[in-house]
Design a protein around this ligand. Sequence first.
Ligand code: ZN
Length: 147
Amino acid sequence: MKQLYQELILDHNKKPRNFHVMEDFDHESLGHNPLCGDKLVVYIKIGEGDTIEDVSFVGEGCAISKASASMMTTALKGKTIQEAKVIYTQFHEMSTGKLDIAEHPHQLGKLAIFAGVRDLPARVKCATLAWHTLDAALEGRKSITTE
Ligand code: ZN
């Protein structure tokens, strides 16, 4: 698990997926994590049946924040907004230690590799920044700052 975590973080940090500005988005938001200096913009395009037709991001940040954002975009493309919110909640609860993914069924798939950040309090905000930003974008908030 630890090795897989390191490999995926390195890979997504080096080659972030869906890393570009979106021209005709429906939602966007700017997320900032002052604790670490991570800053990213998440763009969302909504398609038929409330599905996330496209999701992308740009920004600067540490490897964890960037890899998490990259993996979030690949995980959510094609999902409905409702499904995305379920995954968002599970990701957040896993990162903060409220959801034990070894004990409970979940829809996190590969995102489960971030479970270890619950033991690294300073990193929780890095791992969850993209998700908070996505949620803010869907709620129509132009920016969020983690505290
Ligand atoms: Zn960070």
